[in-house]
Design a protein around this ligand. Structure first.
Ligand code: PHE
Length: 452
């Protein structure tokens, strides 16, 4: 087992915020949030999502940082450090390792599309195309198993390369530069969206709630996405928290990360939906939505081809700063608990994630008709398994642990640090004890049809 001195730590508070925000901000914000908002009818879904972020996501994120910082180990080891190796809570750490691993396997497939779009945009493939032609370009890409797998493999290789560099040299260094640039570009796209003829319809779609469109499934999607986008329930924030120094102010860190993440998702939605409406596209088009709309926006902008390149480069980096956090969960486990070298652990897990991701890569082409369960492709199954179940259940258990089981004094001391916010502990504790676990349970049981 590695001792604490040999573990990496973040070089600065700023570096940590960017790395954790880098984990949170990713395909979830730019790719997934718009498309599931489209599929779930807009405004009401967005509202439920925002409520889940504040009442459930933020307190659980704080709990994860706290557990990791206290344990100073990987997700499994942190629970073991707190409760002993034989404690059943260690299973929560295991659940996180499993969730982040499976997530990495199919995340790499979508991130690979973004890599491919960098090349396409550099070659000017989108310039002067009609929306239909841009659609066709996407379809051609995903229907080629060879291309999808090639890019998926490259994405995994890039993820492995960064994680090999460790905490400071790899993860933190990249996040510091790239996140701010992505943000600026999204603001530009947002402004462009607001100036487009579809702006009004786009805004209404996102912010005028039509509660009739809410189904148990869409509520579960909103909850699941709150976990997905904040990278919680997957051991990630426990692992990242373990690289924090003891005196950091967890509340203000978590709040900033949550706000950044939410703003990026909303900006992405507001950049995309006006275009969807102006171009007469279908908001519920599914996983291809971003790849079909963003090139349209750029094709109408001055320097559009160049900006499209920049955009997909940044999206790829946003995906990378998330995927490295997924990989880091399993790597930290092997390094901290099994005493493996970082190199060996990173390569092995990276390779395994690639192999496990193959059925997801094939789900859009050769195996698009293969639906092993519930009429879903492998890709859809893995996504539902992780996003709708593993993450919410993982987060639920973290909330239960921090809300009911963790020794109070220890926890209080750990949270308060030196900040002296008296209200913080009681509010946070109440949300973790009651609001978060009850919402997760009700939503999952409701989806399972138990309340009908
Ligand atoms: N939050 C990331 C995103 O939005 C995905 C993620 C989930 C990363 C869980 C790590 C752990 O893309």
């Amino acid at each position: 087992m590695a001792d604490n001195l040999s573990r990496g730590h973040w070089t600065s508070r700023f570096g940590f915020i960017l790395a954790a925000a880098g984990s949170a901000i990713g395909l979830g914000n730019v790719w997934k949030f718009p498309y599931i908002t489209g599929q779930n009818g807009g405004g009401a879904f967005v509202l439920v999502y925002l409520i889940c972020i504040v009442l459930v996501g933020l307190p659980i994120m704080m709990a994860e940082f706290l557990i990791g910082r206290h344990g100073q180990r990987d997700a499994v080891g942190s629970f073991a450090a707190l409760e002993g190796r034989r404690s059943p809570w260690v299973l929560v750490g295991w659940g996180g390792v499993a969730a982040s691993f499976i997530l990495l396997s199919f995340y790499a497939v979508v991130a690979g599309w973004s890599f491919d779009y960098v090349v396409k945009a550099s070659l000017g493939t989108f310039a002067g195309r009609t929306p239909d032609e841009i659609n066709a370009i996407f379809d051609t890409l995903v229907s080629s198993a060879g291309q999808v797998i090639f890019w998926q493999a490259l994405f995994i290789v890039a993820t492995v390369a960064i994680v090999l560099g460790g905490i400071r040299g790899g993860i933190e260094r990249y996040s510091k530069i790239l996140m701010p640039v992505l943000f600026a570009l999204l603001v530009l796209l947002f402004v462009r969206g607001m100036l487009s003829p579809g702006a009004r319809q786009g805004l209404e779609f996102m912010f005028r709630p039509d509660f009739g469109s809410l189904t148990p499934k869409s509520i579960l999607d909103a909850l699941g996405h709150a976990f997905f986008t904040l990278s919680i329930g997957a051991g990630t924030m426990i692992t990242y928290g373990s690289y924090l120094e003891k005196d950091s102010d967890l509340f203000s860190l978590s709040l900033r990360i949550t706000i950044l993440d939410t703003v990026v998702a909303l900006l992405a939605g507001l950049a995309i939906f006006p275009v969807v409406f102006a171009a007469g596209l279908e908001p519920g088009a599914g996983p291809g939505l971003v790849f079909q709309t963003i090139p349209i926006v750029f094709s109408s902008l001055p320097f559009g081809s160049l900006l499209a390149v920049v955009f997909f480069v940044l999206l790829s980096f946003a995906a990378l700063s998330s995927s490295i956090s997924m990989l880091e969960v399993s790597v930290a486990y092997l390094v901290d608990e099994k005493g493996w070298g970082r190199r060996r652990a990173t390569m092995l897990i990276g390779g395994a994630a690639f192999l496990v991701g193959l059925p997801s890569a094939l789900s859009f082409n050769l195996w698009s008709d293969v639906t092993p369960l519930f009429d879903m492709t492998f890709f859809a199954l893995f996504d539902v398994l992780v996003s709708s179940y593993l993450l919410p259940i993982g987060g639920f258990l973290v909330a239960l642990y921090a809300g009911w089981f963790w020794k109070k004094e220890e926890e209080k001391a750990e949270l308060a640090g030196r900040t002296g916010r008296r209200w913080l502990y009681p509010v946070w504790h109440f949300l973790l004890r009651f609001v978060a676990p009850i919402s997760v349970l009700v939503i999952i049981l409701n989806k399972a049809g138990l309340f009908e």
